[in-house]
Ligand binder design. Structure first.
Ligand code: TYD
Length: 377
């Protein structure tokens, strides 16, 4: 709750204050009903101390249950559910406390019960009105659509540029395996995945873009938060990408060059498997398959190999001819490899463990699979 309070600041606090106002209002109504409509009521009954305990209980429940989580933007059914649990927890906790600190004749159980019933109704209503008002004010202040961009180190700059082209201003960044930076390209970086949902909520970010990552890489917690706020995230995907692998060369060429890659930073997936193909003669062809899930990085540390890529509509060829050239392949892409020089070595870093059932080895099946899952038809 504390983190969300820091992210939401005054907007978050306003919901806490609103909760207390609702509680006071509901007590006022239930007390009025009790005095006016209940026969033989205890007119001298003093309710203020009970209300104070109620407010403290309310704050405790807000603190521990975090009932204001994503409150500004959550769906109506989530709002009703959260408010109901909040009121129920408060009622149970208050009952226990009153049982311990007061005698039965010191307060009216009827008023307390009625107050919580009214509180539930008023909270749902008031939060809805309050949310709409804040949204309207914030909409007027903004002159451009804002976005949260989730990507990797390697694709950050490219992602920001791509979004600029469609007139979207990146307001927050979340990097897979970020290095703890606070700011990049003058944009605030979120380093904790738990902050992503609240930032989208309280900053009223319009869109969520996942750039260059496969759908498997979208964290569950982000999916859940987006679902709570009825927001769709947009996967800005690519089928393949040639990357420059970082390489350190020495002044003395005899010492050679050192190339390196980091999982989830330079390549948009975790590495679960590595394999390499050696002792192959020139003009030999391999591959002839696509993957349903597996993301890969291909590189050729020695020799020359053509990688023919087919997305079902067009064919491209990428030649791997030096250790510093890498080829990222996302799922749903048919590939064929042609060895151009004898002894060329093909190395592969893969996102999945070996699973024969995740391969598509027949071209017609690949076309049918792509039509069904990739093109959304
Ligand atoms: P295959 O995928 O057919 O190679 P290519 O597409 O390059 O021609 O794999 C050859 C064999 O190796 C096949 O029997 C499966 C096995 N294999 C594994 O057991 N684990 C692995 O990680 C890979 C890549 C292949």
């Amino acid at each position: 709750m504390i983190k969300e309070l820091l992210l939401g600041k005054l907007k978050y606090l306003s919901f806490v204050v609103l909760d207390i106002i609702c509680l006071l209002l509901s007590n006022y109504i239930s007390y009025g009903i009790y005095i006016n409509f209940v026969p033989d009521n205890n007119i001298n009954y003093e309710h203020t101390s009970v209300v104070i305990i109620m407010i403290l209980v309310d704050l405790m429940v807000t603190l521990f249950y975090n009932s204001i989580h994503l409150a500004l933007r959550r769906r109506i059914r989530v709002e009703i559910y959260k408010s109901f649990i909040h009121v129920l927890l408060s009622f149970c906790l208050l009952t226990v406390i009153l049982f311990m600190v007061k005698r039965g004749s010191d307060y009216s159980r009827l008023i307390v019960l009625l107050a919580y019933v009214f509180d539930f109704i008023i909270i749902c209503l008031m939060r809805y009105i309050w949310k709409q008002s804040i949204k309207e004010i914030m909409k007027k202040k903004k002159d451009q659509k804002t976005a949260l961009l989730m990507t990797t180190d390697r694709f950050l700059e490219e992602g920001i540029e791509e979004l600029k082209k469609v007139d979207v201003d990146v307001e927050r960044i979340f990097l897979l395996q970020g290095k703890g930076q606070e700011e990049l390209y003058n944009i605030m970086v979120l380093n904790d995945l738990n902050e992503v949902g609240p930032a989208i909520c309280w900053e009223m970010i319009d869109r969520v873009y996942i750039y260059g990552l496969d759908h498997q890489m979208v964290p569950e917690i982000l999916k859940k938060s987006c679902d709570m706020m009825k927001m769709k995230f947009e996967l800005v995907d690519f089928n393949y990408r040639v990357i420059e692998i970082k390489t350190i060369k020495n002044d003395d060429p005899r010492i050679g060059a050192l190339s390196f890659l980091e999982s989830m930073r330079d390549i948009p997936f975790p590495i679960r498997r590595a394999y390499w193909i050696t002792e192959t003669e020139a003009s030999i062809k391999r591959g002839f398959h696509a993957h349903k899930l597996n993301c890969q990085l291909l590189y050729c540390p020695y020799g020359k190999i053509d990688i023919i890529l087919d997305d079902g509509e067009k064919r491209d060829t990428v030649t791997l001819d030096r250790p510093g050239k890498g080829l990222i392949l996302m799922p749903g892409l048919w590939r064929e490899m042609v060895w151009l020089e004898t002894g060329s070595v093909l190395c592969v870093l893969a996102s999945e463990f070996y699973d024969a059932s995740e391969y598509i080895r027949n071209y017609d099946d690949f076309i049918a699979y792509n039509r069904k899952y990739r093109k959304g038809s």
